[in-house]
Ligand binder design. Sequence first.
Ligand code: ATP
Length: 431
Amino acid sequence: MNNFEIDNSGLYPLYVGMDDTDSVSGMCTTYICSVILDRLKDCGFKVDGPPRLIRLNPFAPHKTRGNGAVSFKLVLKSKKEIEKAKKLILRMVQELAVMEDPKTNPGLVFYEGNMQGETKSELHDYALKTIRTIIKKEETEKLAERLGIEFFGFKKGRGIIGAMAAIGCPLDDATYELLAYRDPANYGKKRKVDPESVRVMNRQTYPDTFDNLDDGYMAITPHTPCPVLYGIRGETTGAVLEAQKMVKVSEPIERSQVFLTNQHTDQHLQVAENISQMEKLQCYIVKGMVNDFPVVIEGGHVIFTLNDGSGSVECAAYEPTKDFRNVVRQLAPGDRLLVYGGIGRKGTLNMEKIELITLAPVYEYVNPLCECGRRMKSAGAAKGYKCPRCGNKIRSDSKEKVEIERKLRTGFYEVPPSARRHLSKPLVRGI
Ligand code: ATP
């Protein structure tokens, strides 16, 4: 590997990845990235393209919230400039990361040169593995050493796992998220974003932007004490920037940053050959048949079993999925489904969306009809039936099997924006 490879323009590319800088009680890796980028620009360093926000396996054990890592690319004039930029970034990560939180274990990686050929494809594979499975830090370190990627781990240094995935992730499909950050004086306080302006913005920009509203309510503001005031998700930089102009706020915005991201691309999903092949802490698209009528369990979660020839898996629509549960509740044994979702620690598949492929007939058993057209009533135990209108009697106790009309229709159904995983592709973006 040539570590000081020059690109066609005579500039030196430097890829920077970082992760695990924040804590549940505050801060955010995207914010630290934005602060660092602004400082780099102020110092005259050239940033190439938008920074990237890469969401990793939603079941990774040490995630704080949405398991996001970030990366960006600098194009620099000399080796000396590279060293200066690296020094600045290293210092700023150490200053800004929430080092005092025992669960924060920052990681920073630098890759110098053009990312191409074998290196590019190995990093692609590594990133997809980090998005779809669980990775050991040692595996990351070995690959980094082999590919000549410089890495810095602070404390336990776990962040290098995500940092390296962030520089390597392929983005064949991608979306954008504009993040507006608050004045630090307002952290933890109620966010002052005008809900009506968000509705107007949504009317004018949807579906170029999406997930702005949930059941008519504003969905762009987080509920954590983090630096983010709001996030607008969309198909292009232009769309999210236009949308921002329409959102009215009555508190200062310290800075904004548009990230290119794998959010809402379904990049976490693997097509499962069959149910028995699926593993915990991974996400799949799997085909199967509903085994039993769904049941509502304590907490309002709806559960049923999906099976195929190879095995079965418990599927859940949890309480936060709101109206999606009404769809799931109406499923019946024999319905054929394609389920999109992830398998948690306990082995339950948490559904993100479903395609209802075929509906099975559902029957109920009712008293027989009399010749006069009226439904008969039981004449008593083992005494057959009697018509309440004409008095006609029959001896048989057997009931009539009647097919029930299914209200559900075949097609796709998804969870609402508030329950959607960052990586999950909304139906409005296509299948
Ligand atoms: P935020 O979204 O607020 O930035 P987070 O949810 O991204 O926080 P982190 O604080 O970044 O959480 O912690 C996640 C940790 O898990 C990081 O150290 C990251 O390197 C690591 N990690 C991410 N994906 C995997 C994976 N697939 N296997 C093992 N570790 C992972």
